[in-house]
Design a protein around this ligand. Sequence first.
Ligand code: PNS
Length: 174
Amino acid sequence: MPSIAVYPGSFDPLTFGHLDIAARTARLFDELHIVVVHNPAKTPRFTSEERIELIRGSLSEAGRFGTPMPSANKIKIVVATLDKGLLVDYCRMVGATALVKGVRSNADLDYELPMARVNRDLAGVETIFMPADPQHGFVSSSLVKQVADLGGSVDKYVPAVIVRALAATAVNRK
Ligand code: PNS
């Protein structure tokens, strides 16, 4: 039976930090689902479909900027969306036994720990906390959007396909 992990998030948009977590997780499982989940606490910049396309574009770009994404022959990477329903139901549907969350700080852990416990209680799905690489420890989707909107360069933080999408959707730029 293949080992399957789900990496959920808003990914609004995906950053190099997310890509690093995905690449490191992909080395531990046979199959990885990167799932764009609707977070009712946030108003997204990009639609779910746009975020999926940006993730797919970033994955295919990954080889070019040196992130060691595992070969597509060795691991199956699925990019999907979950607009309603429980994440653990998605896990059940695809046969995933683990959720993966990137952790940059104690604040991230405080936010994630109750969800991890609920998901284990609801369906026995375990959560793996992957420490963010220090290189990406301060990068967040919201900061990236803010820097891009104010005219700063975000090339260091997001793949080129996302740099272009942010430029095309920038708000408040004079
Ligand atoms: O990137 P984000 O916004 O921090 O991601 C948060 C997300 C979407 C991963 C989180 O809100 C989540 O896990 N939602 C799943 C919805 C769910 O099943 N909730 C009930 C048990 S925690």
